[in-house]
Design a protein. Structure first.
Lengths: 198, 198
C-alpha cells in the first residue's frame, strides 16, 4: 500500500481504537473514521489482519522516530530516548490507546503474527538502548564494568511495566522517570563524570 | 466464605483460567474444575463478580506469602522478594495464568472494582520494597543518599513489565534478574559494603 494510504489507515485505526477500544472495534468503525467505505479498505474482513497491518504501520512510524534522539553524548541520547517513550502521560486518548495495545498483547500467545510484531517492537527498543549504553562504555562516559546487554534490560522492562501500570493501576511515570535519571547517573556513569543538571 | 471454600474456589478458578483463558471462561467452567454444581458456588451469575472475588483471594494468598522473606539483612530480603515475584518462568500453566491476569488488567479502566484490587496488589508490593530499602538505609547497609520511594519504583515497574513481556514477547526474566542483582549491589549498597556472592 502507498505511504499516504498507510498513514490514513493508521490515523483512522488510532481514532477508532481510542473511541471504541480493542474488544468492540469493527472494521466498519475504522472505515467510519477513515471516511470511506469499508469496501475501499483493502483488507480481509478479519480483525486480526487489520491489527497486524496496524502494528506494522505503527512499527514503521515509531522506529522512524527513534533516530531523532541522535546527537549529544550517549547519556544525553539515553535520557532523550527514555523521555520519548514515557511521554504518554495524562492525555485520555493516549490512555485508551495504551489499553488497546495491551489488549493486543493479550492476543499474542494465541496469534503468532501479533507476537512477531510485538517482538520486533521490543527488540528494536532493546537494541537501541543497548547500542547507546555500549557507545557510552566505549567512549568512557559510562563505567567500563557496565555490561550493555544487562544495563539495557532493566529500562526496557520498566518501560513496558510503566505502560501496563498506567492501564491497570493508573500509575503515572513521574517517579519512574526520576528513578531512570538516577539509574543513569549512579549506575552507568563512570566515576568522576559530571552528573547531568536536573 | 470459609477459608477452605476460598482455597477451593481459588484452585478451581486458577485451573479454569489456565484451561480456557480469560476471554472464554464461564462460571460453569469453574464449577467443572471445582467438581461441584454451578449452583453450589455462591456468586452472582456474573463473570466480573467472580473475577473480583478471585482477585481478593489471590491478594490474601500473595500478601500472606510476602512476609516469608523476612529475616536476613535488607539486601538479602530484597533479593529474596524479587526472586519470589519473578519465579514464574517456564511452566506453561503459569504462562496461561499470566495471560489471564493481563487480560484482567485490560478490564481495569472499565471496571473500578477490578482496578481497586489491582491497585492494592501494586501498592502492597511497592510498599514492601520501599520499607526494605528504607530499613537498609537506616541500618547503613544501603547508601545514605538512596531515596527509598524512588529506589523502589524501578523494581516494581520492572516486575510488572517482566510479566507483560513474558506474555507479549515470550521474554524470560533471566537477564532482568541479573540486572536487579547488579542494581542492588551498585545502586543501593553503601560504598565499602561487601557485594553478595553470585
Amino acid at each position: 500500500m502507498s505511504d499516504d494510504t498507510a498513514t490514513e489507515l493508521l490515523a483512522a485505526t488510532y481514532r477508532a481504537l481510542c473511541r471504541h477500544g480493542y474488544a468492540d472495534l469493527t472494521l466498519a468503525d475504522v472505515a467510519d473514521e477513515a471516511d470511506r467505505s469499508k469496501a475501499a479498505i483493502h483488507y480481509d474482513d478479519d480483525g486480526e489482519t487489520l491489527f497486524v497491518e496496524f502494528l506494522d504501520v505503527l512499527y514503521e512510524r515509531d522506529t522512524a522516530r527513534l533516530p531523532s534522539v541522535d546527537g549529544g553524548t550517549p547519556r544525553e541520547q539515553l535520557s532523550a530516548l527514555l523521555a520519548a517513550v514515557l511521554i504518554d502521560e495524562g492525555a485520555a486518548p493516549d490512555q485508551r490507546f495504551r489499553t488497546a495495545l495491551l489488549a493486543v498483547s493479550v492476543q499474542a500467545p494465541y496469534d503468532d503474527a501479533v507476537q512477531t510484531r510485538l517482538s520486533n517492537f521490543d527488540a528494536v527498543l532493546y537494541e537501541r538502548l543497548r547500542a547507546i549504553v555500549a557507545a557510552g562504555v566505549e567512549s568512557g562516559e559510562f563505567d567500563a564494568t557496565v555490561e550493555a546487554a544487562v544495563a539495557a534490560e532493566f529500562p526496557v522492562t520498566a518501560i513496558t511495566g510503566a505502560h501496563t501500570r498506567r492501564v491497570a493501576v493508573k500509575r503515572s511515570s513521574e517517579t519512574l522517570s526520576e528513578a531512570l535519571t538516577w539509574y543513569i547517573d549512579r549506575q552507568l556513569l563512570a566515576d568522576g563524570a559530571p552528573e547531568a543538571a536536573h
